[in-house]
Write a protein of this length. Structure first.
Length: 80
């Protein structure tokens, strides 16, 4: 289903955009979660796992990559 919203107040639009950036989600996803909470009264189904998978900031991802760097190296001598 597709819905178009016209005439949204600029401050509301800006708040939605900021929320999407902060949550690293699309504007569409943020609006779906807002509507789901309003009409279903519960957390959006996909959001319950968001904090566990794929929700790292670029800094956190970089720290993790650095931490596992040694694990990513191949010991050529071991494979002879």
């Amino acid at each position: 289903m597709q819905i178009t919203i016209r005439g949204l107040e600029p401050d509301v639009e800006q708040a939605i955009r900021k929320l999407a950036l902060r949550k690293n989600e699309s504007i569409n996803q943020v609006i779906k979660e807002i509507l789901h909470r309003e009409f279903k009264g519960a957390q959006f189904p996909a959001s319950s796992l968001k904090r566990l998978a794929g929700g790292w900031s670029p800094e956190q991802a970089g720290e993790f990559e650095q931490a596992i760097d040694l694990c990513e190296r191949i010991d050529d001598e071991m494979w002879k």
